[in-house]
Design a protein around this ligand. Structure first.
Ligand code: ATP
Ligand code: MG
Length: 362
């Protein structure tokens, strides 16, 4: 069982600091997923934990021991990269056994581990094949098998599924979830895929420009984003975020964006004459009658998927609004519709981008 802790970890390449003092606690057996835009430091942080990059400041602690000066080979972690380069001239068996042979492990023990990993990953029939005679998904499983046989303290995955086609990704995603359930090991997983993050993670860590924007359970991040960055990042399609001026209206506030005014109740921390951002997810916008509407908008694009419908709408003074409705909705491009925002699911952020309310009283 393995705990990993980062204390004020800083990383600079020359003059340029790319990780700005990250604190993080990863519990034993936890599946942690790092997400964030390209260049935010996901791989760097993973490589720091693995011991492939030195920190410029702070501490990496594994099971209570500061490992800053412990080389990667002695940290007992296994990393699976996006480009998982198998040895082309070796059989699948040999690819998995190679590291253990180098470590002078007894032959029977190697055989036991490789056989067990192959069984777990369902690649037993291919053990004598070369990697080029395998499909992408089978190769990916060999790469994961190579990590499993080492019986590492923790698994570090850097976008391990991004080379696979969509169908295979879904299959491998389910296998990884099953693998974690069986092995119970500590896992840190980097991905760009929202669904992978939401479904695999016990904890999602959202990184932004070398800082942690928020860390928490997937649905907590979805329901209670702490700032506009996380609000816009978690969820696909993304939350509608609208900048507004705040005006008092007697009982609450008017959020004014150009020609559009949204009335909301009192929000603690919100001040008249300041600016704010409000957010509403596509599934929290209802199509309603004119009298009841917050916004009247024109449909610019209607995506009919059969089981669900996405409408992309424009209204004077607002950014394009995405509306999600279950089922089929006979709405066409150019049509004018009336929209109502579910106050109980609306988010309000202050001028600094930090949250004032996740959900408003109704
Ligand atoms: N060896 C290096 N020298 C200088 N800068 C680097 C080096 N490696 C990474 N960086 C910079 O550090 C920042 C973080 O890079 P990193 O690879 O961790 O991003 P990432 O979040 O993994 O992005 P992606 O999603 O594109 O893989 C980037 O701005 C990158 O340019
Ligand atoms: Mg990366």
């Amino acid at each position: 069982m393995t705990e990993i802790k980062l204390n004020k970890v800083v990383k600079a390449y020359g003059e340029v600091e790319v990780i700005h003092g990250i604190d993080l606690e990863i519990h034993s057996g936890e599946f942690v997923v790092f997400v964030g835009p390209s260049g935010c430091g996901k791989s760097t942080l993973l490589r720091i934990i693995a011991g492939l990059e030195k920190v410029s400041g702070g501490e990496v602690v594994i099971d209570g021991e500061v490992v800053n000066t412990v080389p990667a080979s002695e940290r007992g972690l296994a990393m699976v990269f996006q480009s998982y380069a198998l040895y082309p001239h070796m059989s699948v068996y040999k690819n998995m056994a190679f590291g253990l042979e180098n470590a002078k492990m007894p032959r029977e023990e190697i055989d036991k581990r490789v056989t067990e990993a192959a069984r777990l990953l369902q690649i037993e029939p291919y053990l004598q094949r070369r990697p080029k005679a395998l499909s992408g998904g089978q190769r990916q499983r060999v790469a994961i098998g190579r990590a499993i046989v080492r019986d590492p303290k923790a698994f570090l995955f850097d976008e391990p599924l991004s080379n696979l086609d969509a169908e295979l990704r879904v299959a491998m995603r389910k296998e990884l979830a099953g693998l974690h359930a069986k092995l119970g090991g500590t896992m840190i997983y980097v991905t760009h895929d929202q669904v992978e993050a939401m479904t695999l993670a016990d904890t999602i860590v959202v990184l932004s420009g070398g800082n942690v924007a928020q860390a928490g359970k997937p649905l907590d991040l979805y329901n209670k984003p702490r700032n506009t960055f996380v609000a816009g990042f978690i969820g696909s399609p993304r939350m509608n975020l609208v900048e507004a001026r705040v005006a008092a209206n007697g009982t609450g506030f008017d959020l004014v964006s150009g020609a559009q005014t949204i009335r909301v109740p009192e929000v603690p921390g919100l001040e008249a004459q300041s600016s704010a951002t409000y957010g509403v997810r596509p599934e929290h916008i209802a199509i309603t009658g004119e009298d009841d509407a917050d916004v009247t908008a024109t449909v610019e694009l209607s995506e009919q998927l059969g089981g669900e419908t996405y409408l992309y709408c424009s209204a004077d003074g607002l950014p394009q609004l995405t509306v999600h409705q279950l089922g089929q909705l006979p709405v066409e491009r150019g049509q004018v519709i009336h929209l109502k925002f579910d106050r109980s699911k609306m988010h309000v952020f202050g001028a600094d981008g930090n949250v004032l309310a996740n959900g408003l009283p109704t």
